[in-house]
Design a protein around this ligand. Structure first.
Ligand code: ISJ
Length: 119
């Protein structure tokens, strides 16, 4: 192709086509795991199944907690007391903070919000 202009070179159907660009060394193994190797994708997929199972059990426990809390609140309100008992809530907040640190407090507050006011 020597002597051709750039435009002639791309439009010249008789010339040997240029080699295709090399494939990327590592294509993403799976886009949904974010892994870059099949091995890592396998580990992540298995661990995610365990997390899904744990989350299902955690949600079941939260629902069970809500039901037990409702029994207590109903009994207290029926006896003429108040729904909320702040000293007990402080104990629970402290329990979660002691076990999980500061985010534990936020988790306990969310649990108490879910459990309160449903009777
Ligand atoms: C369940 C109770 O009633 C309310 C709900 C609480 C809870 O869900 O843990 C805690 C304190 C109360 O505000 C209780 O007094 O134990």
């Amino acid at each position: 192709m020597s002597g051709m202009s750039g435009v002639q070179a791309v439009t010249d159907l008789t010339s040997t086509p240029a080699a295709a660009p090399a494939a990327p060394v590592k294509a993403p193994a799976t886009t949904d795991t974010g892994a870059r190797t099949e091995a890592a994708a396998g580990v992540i997929t298995d661990a995610r199944a365990r997390i899904d199972d744990l989350d299902g059990r955690i949600i079941g426990l939260v629902q069970e907690r809500m039901a037990v809390s409702a029994v207590i609140q109903r009994e207290r309100i029926g006896s003429g007391g108040r729904r909320v008992n702040l000293s007990r809530e402080m104990e629970i907040l402290e329990h979660y903070r002691g076990q999980l640190g500061r985010p534990g407090t936020a988790l306990a507050m969310t649990l108490l919000e879910l459990c309160r006011g449903r009777v």
